[in-house]
Every structure is written in C-alpha cells, then in structure tokens.
Write a protein that binds this ligand. Structure first.
Ligand code: SDX
Length: 378
C-alpha cells in the first residue's frame, strides 16, 4: 500500500524561499523591514524614507532623501491617456478594478516595460509609487463628479495624497496618521498578493504584469479587501448611542450563521498582529480629532466580544478601516489605499525574485476519475 502524499493546503506553514525584505515573527509578535522594527519606522520616519529603505536596503541620508523626493514629486502627474481610459470605465466599477486597469495602461504605454534590468525595474517601481495617489484620488473624486486635483510638489507624499483626494490642505495630525498607515501597510513577507507578484515575476514576465496580478489578489476580502469589509460591518451595526450593545448582538448572530468576521484573524499571527497597536493609536487620534467616541466604543466592544467568544484578535485592517473613514475616504477607496502603500513591498519582492529567480511551479495530486478511453465511434 502506498502512503498518501502530504498536501499543504493553502501552502500553510510552508517556507518557499528566502527574503531579505522583511521578517514577520509571530512568536515575538514583531515585524522588521530590512531589520528595523516597524514601530520605530512609524514613529521616526516618513513613508518616503520607508519606501527608500525597502528598495535600497538602507535608510537614506539627507542628500539621498532629497534626491529621492525630487524624483517622486516629478512623477506624480497622470498622463491624459490614463485619465481618458479611467473615464471610459463605468462609475459602478470597483475602485480596485480601476486601479488595476490604470496600472495596466501605464505598463502598456511605458517603452521600458520589457527592460527587466534592476535599474529599469526600480524606475518603474518609483513611477507607480508616485502615480498611485493620483489614480486613487482621481477615481474617488470622479465618483463624486469632482475634477482631478493636480499634485503639489511642495508637499510630502501623504500630505499631497490627502490634498489630491479632498482638494484641501490637510491638517498635520491627519497627515501623520495617514503616513503611519502607509508605513504599516507597506510590506509583510509572502502574503497572498506579494506571492502572486513573485509567481508572475518567476515566469520572466514584466513588473507591471506582476503588480496588476497582485492588485487582483489584494482585492479579495480574505486579504486586502478586509479593510473595506470592516467598514461594512461597522455600517451594518451602526455607530452612535447603543453601538456597543448592538455590536455584541450583531457578532453573536454573525458567528451563529458561520460568517467570517472581517478584520479578525491572520494566517501567520495567532496571538495578535504586530501592527495593530500602532494603527490603533493612529485611529484613536482620529477619533479624538473628529470627536467620534461612539466609533471607538463600537470598535472596542466588537474586539472584546470576538476575543471572548473565539479568542481571535484583530489584524491591521480592523483599525485601518475606521481610521480611513474618519479621514473622509469612501469605504470603496480603502483597499486602493492599501495598494498605494504595498506597491513598495510588492516591487521590492519583484526585484528580489528577479535577482535570484526560479520558476514557481508546485505539484498537484490528481484526484479525478481514473484513466479512461474515448469509445470508438461508429
Ligand atoms: C491581510 O498574509 C498576510 O500577511 C496578509 C496581510 C498583509 O499585510 O499582507 O496581513 C493583510 O490580508 C490581513 C487579513 C485580512 N482578512 C480578514 O480580516 C478576513 C477575515 N479573516 C479570516 O477569514 C482569516 O482569519 C484569514 C483569512 C485572515 C486567515 O485564515 P486561515 O489562516 O486560512 O485560517 P482559517 O480560516 O482556517 O481559520 C482557522 C479557524 C477557523 O475555525 P475552525 O474551522 O478551525 O473552527 O479560525 C476561524 C476559522 O473559522 N477564524 C475565524 C476568523 N478567522 C479565523 N472565524 C471567524 N472570523 C474570522 N475572522
């Protein structure tokens, strides 16, 4: 008798390659980007510095940072062609589909797309990093029948992003909370979308194709789509007086009908997500800034009840959802914000994969009908 082959369903617990980009350690509940704890980066660095770190492996000095910022600021605009094609899409299109399409258009129009040298790939990565705020903000505004807001090169990444989204000079506290969210979302080892990007890269396809595929993977609610889904949960429960009691009743009913509670649980962290305390702190600052204690009450009640009933802890999407809501973003825009951040991690992994490539092609174990034969005709 032959022994049944072992299947690693969902590749759970299977190491598939080395990476020097980040280290997720569920035992110590820590996350390092190129060796630096993410909490330290969130407290002391801007998102531009973190992007530089993920790509170059080191934090920039002042001269390097100034040159990098100049390069990013010069690339922020959107070509007429990209805007025209976005305008062709129905207003009902999910913003993730719009972002995916816009990246595809940029790739199809870039003469350097087939050049897979490290320099050309870094150039493309910085190009997408600089343009994603324009794309995300443009689509949100278009759904409200508002004009595109041109980028401002006197503003840093996050301040400019908020400026382009809302057409108003943002307040410093909001900029800081937003920048922290960008830093926390930037990178997380071999998550599903990053792995998708690496699979595509492993066939020697181009960076834009890999990013387009990664956006598709991120869209799903078991992955990046969860930050949008968290807000739908909050809306279903309804913040305001009595929100905490409603949250508990809602949870009991959702669990009884075997629903997955969005923003909770994680494939790797079983004892809490390393990024949650930092993001929760930013979310609480927004609660104070916008004077919405009712939202925090709902947040706390749902988290506590989920802990008591299932012992499952929140992931980064849980505090990020309400934080983005308070900042004024449409719920549908939340996952595109994740894209704007994760473009840094994705492209760092694409370049790492390309530099030491092996085609990613696992095995399957056949479970269909036994061999059979087409009957002779006539
Ligand atoms: C991200 O991988 C990354 O690093 C991703 C990410 C990144 O930065 O790239 O961190 C970003 O994707 C965060 C995750 C966002 N997703 C959600 O919030 C969706 C809700 N969460 C779950 O569906 C779930 O926890 C996953 C998908 C995140 C992880 O799923 P696993 O590892 O496949 O685990 P599982 O679904 O098999 O759950 C194990 C048990 C099950 O119960 P039993 O069948 O054993 O009784 O825990 C239960 C699950 O039902 N469970 C949940 C739950 N999460 C786990 N039950 C209800 N609600 C949940 N959220």
């Amino acid at each position: 008798e032959t022994t049944a082959p072992v299947i690693f369903k969902g590749l759970a617990g299977v190491p598939v390659d080395y990476t020097a980009v980040s280290k997720v350690n569920p035992e110590t509940n820590s996350l390092l980007y190129r060796g630096y704890p993410v909490q330290e980066l969130a407290a002391s660095c801007t998102f531009e510095e973190v992007a530089y770190l993920l790509w170059y492996g080191e934090l920039p000095d002042d001269t390097q940072l100034a040159a990098f910022e100049d390069r990013e600021r010069a690339l922020r605009g959107l070509d007429h062609e990209v805007k025209r094609i976005i305008d062709e899409l129905p207003l009902t299109a999910h913003p993730m589909d719009v972002v995916r399409t816009a990246v595809s258009v940029i790739g199809a129009s870039d003469p350097a797309t087939p050049d897979d040298s490290p320099e050309a790939n870094l150039d493309k990565a910085i190009r997408l990093f600089a343009k994603l705020p324009s794309i995300v903000a443009y689509d949100q505004r278009r759904r409200h029948e508002l004009e595109f807001v041109e980028p401002r090169d006197d503003l840093g990444y996050s301040a400019n992003f908020l400026w382009q989204a809302f057409g108003e000079a943002p307040e410093l506290e909001v900029v800081t909370a937003f920048d922290v969210s960008m830093i926390l979302y930037a990178e997380h080892s071999f998550n599903a979308s990053t792995f998708t990007a690496r699979v595509i890269t492993s066939t020697l396809s181009d960076l834009y194709s890999a990013v387009t595929g990664a956006i598709g993977a991120l869209k799903g609610p078991l992955h990046g789509g969860a930050n949008e889904a968290v807000m739908h949960t909050f809306d279903e429960i309804g913040a305001g007086p009595g929100g905490a009691e409603r949250a508990v009743a809602w949870l009991d009913e959702a669990l009884a009908s075997k629903r997955k509670i969005m923003g909770f649980g994680h494939r790797v962290y079983k004892n809490g997500d390393s990024r949650v305390p930092t993001m929760r702190d930013s979310m609480e600052r927004m609660v104070e800034h916008y004077d919405r204690p009712d939202l925090l009450e709902l947040y706390v009640a749902l988290e506590q009840a989920m802990g008591e009933r299932k012992n499952i802890k929140p992931n980064l999407d849980y505090p990020a959802g309400p934080a983005y809501h308070l900042m004024g973003f449409d719920t549908l825009t939340f996952t595109p914000l994740f894209v704007a951040s994760r473009i840094t991690g994705w492209t760092a992994h694409i370049m790492e994969q390309a530099a030491a490539n092996a085609l990613i092609r696992p095995l399957s174990v056949y479970s269909g009908v036994d061999e059979r034969h087409v009957p002779a005709k006539g």
